[in-house]
Design a protein around this ligand. Structure first.
Ligand code: PGA
Ligand code: ZN
Length: 398
């Protein structure tokens, strides 16, 4: 039984306040979880409130429904209590940031009580024994770095790696190789919110640089290092004019589909996230049909980890992968529902961090628990390596 829920304000990686929750159980279990936060958030995400407000509202409405009321090991009841306490569809009362922190802290308290690692508690005895390939953000711009690329994330995808550990180190090497190539070209680069290099170059040059880096590292490590993208196209789309804007270059929806399909061909992209606007299920479907099953077309802002939006996407064959971010929907139960609905319908689940992160490692466990083929959690930087290093530890014990 959960005996205590404590909430506090802590820092996230952008230096903004976020919500941390601690859960204690009667049998001595303890769990701690912290909410991440997005910058290029989807319009249909659950609502994150300012940390102070979220904490005050959760203390008033949610904590009394949980302390002494539900078992940490009964995740569905914990999450149902959060939903009942909130009373809205989008966690507008207590904040998805308070909800997800409590939901994750409860799962960890349950695992602690059981003496099991979190991935084992979440995945259960019938979990497969697969490990996710980490997608490493090595060059980026968009909402994560001003004056850099229009495409938000250029991702290293070490699909041929024999182990998670090899994949994690390969991504860090690609990040390093990008720096060397930029140096050779006399291009200075700061880092964006997720630790990716954020040079002031056009997207075309970024493709050249990242392709050279992944090829170089593939030669070094002796396995395939693929290339992926998060276009985050909702941030480029102008709904009034119906065009995607890359600086002075404008593309209609049809041109955008062509453009991305050509990129998939030219760079053998294994993964393309949010290639179209978050409302454009039919544009997504056109691209998904065009590129075939070799390339994952993944809905992030399109689906926002929401089973209703995912169900529509399945009906319309909009994508063949779903990005899963627990804070987009507010609880681990909802995130698992999205994974399950996706997998039942042939969509690959990809578990993801946010641009604003903490040292919380829940998503590493979630990716292993759900047998996700990919996990997106950056390449370097403490709040990113927290998850990557946790994957290395999990691989050693699992
Ligand atoms: P966000 O970006 O966390 O800023 O929303 C990450 C993503 O778009 O995948
Ligand atoms: Zn995204």
């Amino acid at each position: 039984l959960i005996t205590e829920v404590r909430l506090r304000r802590i820092l996230d990686s952008r230096g903004n306040p976020t919500v941390e929750a601690e859960v204690s159980t009667e049998s001595g279990g303890f769990g701690r979880g912290a909410a991440p936060s997005g910058a290029s958030t989807g319009a249909h995400e659950a609502v994150s409130l300012p940390a102070d407000e979220a904490i005050a509202a959760a203390r008033e409405h949610a904590v009394p429904r949980i302390e002494g009321q539900v078992y940490a090991g009964d995740q569905r009841s914990v999450d149902a209590a959060l939903r009942a306490a909130d009373g809205t569809d989008d966690f507008g009362t207590i904040g998805a940031n308070s909800a997800v922190a409590i939901s994750m802290a409860s799962a960890k308290a349950a695992a602690d009580t059981l003496g099991a690692p979190l991935y084992q508690h979440l995945g259960g005895a019938f979990r497969g024994n697969t490990f996710p390939t980490p997608l490493g953000n090595v060059v980026g711009g968009g909402e994560h770095a001003k004056e850099a690329t229009h495409i938000q994330e250029f991702l290293s995808a070490p699909v041929g790696a024999p182990s998670v550990t090899d994949a994690v180190f390969a991504n860090a090497r690609v990040h390093g190789a990008v720096s060397e190539i930029l140096d050779d070209r006399d291009i200075p680069a700061a880092k964006g919110d997720e630790g990716a290099w954020a040079p002031a170059i056009d997207d075309e040059e970024a493709f050249e640089v990242v392709a050279e880096a992944t090829d170089t590292v593939a030669d070094e490590v002796g396995f395939e290092v693929g290339f992926g993208l998060d276009v985050a196209a909702a941030e480029l789309y102008d709904p009034d004019d119906g065009v995607y804007r890359y600086g002075d270059v404008e593309r209609t929806t049809d041109e955008q589909v062509e453009y991305v399909a050509d990129l998939v061909d030219e760079y053998d992209l294994v993964y393309v996230e949010d290639p179209l606007d978050e409302e454009d299920f039919s544009g997504f479907a056109d691209l998904t049909a065009k590129v075939g099953s070799e390339t994952l077309v993944c809905g992030d802002d399109l689906f926002v980890t929401n089973t209703e939006r995912l169900a529509r996407g399945i009906d319309e064959a909009a994508a063949n992968a779903i990005l899963v971010k627990p804070n987009q929907i507010g609880t681990l139960s909802d995130a698992f529902d999205a994974v399950e609905l996706g997998v039942e319908n042939g969509l690959a689940p990809v578990i993801s961090h946010r641009s604003g992160e903490t040292e919380d490692t829940t998503i590493a466990h979630l990716a292993v628990a759900t047998d996700a083929p990919f996990v997106k959690t950056g390449a370097v930087g403490g709040e990113r390596t927290a998850k990557l290093n946790e994957l290395i530890r999990i691989e050693e014990t699992a």
